[in-house]
Design a protein around this ligand. Structure first.
Ligand code: ADP
Ligand code: MG
Length: 594
């Protein structure tokens, strides 16, 4: 029954205009549709990518004014108006996005308010756009010779556009670029470490959201047949954001729900509140404000999650039983130096976290990096993987048969060369499934280019690649022993399992050097043994591993060589048996824990 509910909903929605539905309802439904299309963009931008925008109404305005101007001033067809509107939006969003998407924290929403206001005043002050009076006499859309002049006719156009937009957003989210956009919310370090160009992905999300807003504006202009600046101001921008957040900004259906609820509420409140209070004014805004505060306290994810719980949970991405294997990088020759750290130094202000460290890792060995808490091990990892720049010194990595400098490389470039890592403090997307999280690791192994990847994802012509990537993720999860948890939410796993998940994700990068930061922390004895077996197997296959770990039994039994750090400085290096006997190490480190 629950499964059929959306279909029933769709059927009723499709029949609405042919039933004796009052005109007023049709108008209301049309507006809900128009708002939903904008809110869908905000699902992508705010709910999924975590980028808050108060300025979407301005893009609705660009869509509306472009077609209004071209059709009234030059008698062009509305379709031409749509095309020009989309191109204008593309250019404007790309430009504005490139500037504002770089802002972080509360500066980003402030930035969106700034350009939202600017565009509003631009519409209101341009002579040829009719200033604050706007433009009138916009012709209706015609399609295959039919003129769609009535609200009932436009209802179908809006409905079809809305359904297509929902499908497009859903398709995108369940694909490689979609996973990259979803990974943005994790703060960027993890996504970049998996090879995602986060700056570009933010702009993509921003441009797509703007294009949806523009389409809504185009429909609005031809429904209303007149435009003026009021509906494209900051107030409207705030309302769009309200709709997405109230409904559930993380969900496609949340956009529809939020738009419906707020539009219906606004309509009711606008007729009741003035009567109740005996005065005229936009009192509904006060109610919305209170609602928003309540929601932020009680249900940050909006209302949709409460409804979704009543439906059977279905994973978005399902791994195929089999798929063609992805191409793999050539392994290094056993014994040759893969990573060379040459007097690498990192200072944080006056603190020397890594003090002229020197060591190397050879192909097919497990190298241990140990030392007390705060010794600088994780900072060393961050230097090697390009998360932090070195203060000075050299780091070299073997790629294409040669040791090459990698200092100054971004973490995205470094993972491309074949260094993959896990994080001491796990960085995963708790609401994505285990499988989807691990598939983020396979990001660089997708073959479609950036733009082609987005287009093929939206059109769902990327199935072969998707299947190959998901199959790879599944394979790596089975390899690390998490094959039975593919469709669990990653956040529901025990912390130890989340660490293992990160290993599977790193393996998806097809690395030749694996950097593991305390992978055994939180594991039970049996799980530690399984992890040791896995690392031995990887080593046998020619993988080089640099391992930070506190469990001495685990380290001593597993590693080929060890390098010991204290206060950022290397205090010993050698075979585990040698290091164990080293007085400096016993004094500084082993003595320290006992
Ligand atoms: P370990 O991983 O060996 O426990 P870390 O590399 O995390 O040690 O930290 C080494 C030292 O550097 C610590 O004193 C820590 O407080 C400091 N540190 C690490 N990261 C930063 C940072 N981003 N800014 C300032 N200090 C840092
Ligand atoms: Mg650490």
């Amino acid at each position: 029954m629950m499964k059929k509910l959306p279909l029933l909903f769709l059927l009723v929605a499709a029949l609405l205009p042919v039933l004796p539905t009052p005109e007023f309802w049709i108008t209301l439904a049309n507006y809900i549709g128009l708002y939903s299309i904008v809110a869908l963009g905000l699902v992508l931008l705010t709910g999924v990518a975590g980028l808050t925008s108060f300025g979407q109404a301005a893009f609705v305005g660009i869509g509306a004014y472009a077609t209004a101007y071209l059709t009234t001033a030059f008698g062009m067809s509305p379709w031409m108006g749509l095309l020009v509107g989309l191109l204008l939006t593309l250019a404007a969003a790309f430009f504005i996005g490139a500037i504002t998407m770089r802002l972080s924290g509360h500066f980003l929403p402030l930035g969106t308010i700034a350009w939202g206001l600017s565009l509003f005043f631009l519409f209101g002050n341009l002579e040829f756009l009719g200033k604050y009076d706007g433009l009138n006499g916009i012709p209706p859309i015609s399609l295959f010779g039919y003129t769609l002049a009535s609200g009932r006719q436009m209802y179908y156009v809006i409905g079809v556009v809305l359904v297509l937009a929902m499908i497009a957003v859903q398709n995108l989210l369940n694909s490689r670029p979609g996973r990259a956009i979803r990974a943005l919310k994790g703060g960027g370090v993890m996504a970049e470490a998996m090879g995602v160009n986060t700056a570009w992905m933010k702009i993509v999300a921003f441009v797509l959201a703007a294009l949806l807003a523009c389409i809504s504006g185009w429909l609005y202009a031809h429904l209303q047949r007149a435009v003026n600046p009021t509906p494209f101001g900051l107030n409207a921008g705030i309302e769009y954001l309200f709709m997405a957040v109230v409904g559930g900004a993380g969900y496609v259906w949340g956009a529809i729900l939020g738009s419906t609820l707020l539009t219906l509420m606004k309509d009711q409140l606008q007729s009741w509140l003035p009567k109740l209070l005996g005065a005229n004014g936009n009192f509904e805004v006060i109610v919305f404000g209170m609602l928003m505060v309540l929601l932020l306290q009680r249900a940050r994810d909006g209302i949709w999650p409460y409804i979704r719980r009543r439906f059977p949970a279905q994973p978005n991405a399902v791994a195929p039983a089999t798929a063609p294997a992805l191409p793999m990088r050539a392994k290094h020759t056993p014994g040759e130096v893969v990573l060379k750290v040459d007097r690498a130094r990192k200072e944080f202000g006056g603190l020397v976290a890594v003090n002229d460290m020197e060591f190397d890792v050879r192909a097919g060995e497990i190298m241990g990096l140990i030392g007390p808490n705060g010794a600088g091990k994780s900072t060393m990892f961050n230097l090697v993987t390009g998360v932090l720049p070195v203060t000075r010194g050299e780091i070299l990595f073997r790629s294409h048969g040669e040791l090459r400098r990698i200092v100054g490389f971004s973490s995205r470039d470094i993972v491309k060369l074949g260094i993959a890592r896990t994080f001491q403090h796990v960085r995963l997307m708790p609401h994505m499934t285990v499988l989807e999280n691990v598939a983020i690791g396979a990001h660089l192994r997708g073959t479609h280019g950036d733009l082609a990847g987005i287009a093929t994802s939206i059109l769902r012509t990327n199935r072969a690649e998707e299947q190959a990537l998901l199959f790879e993720a599944k394979k790596q999860l089975e390899r690390v022993g998490l094959g039975h948890l593919l469709y669990e939410e990653a956040g529901s796993l025990a912390l130890g399992q989340q660490r293992i998940l990160e290993i599977a994700r790193a393996l998806c990068c097809d690395p030749t050097l694996l950097l593991l930061d305390e992978p055994a922390a939180g594991l039970r004895y049996k799980e530690k043994q399984a992890l040791a077996d896995l690392l031995r197997k990887l080593k046998a296959e020619g993988m080089s591993v640099l391992l930070v770990e506190h469990d001495m039994d685990f380290v001593m039994n597993l590693t080929d060589r060890l390098v010991v750090m204290e206060f950022g400085t290397r205090i010993a290096q050698g075979l585990p048996s040698e290091v164990q006997q080293n007085p400096a190490v016993l004094e500084a480190y082993l003595g320290g824990i006992d």
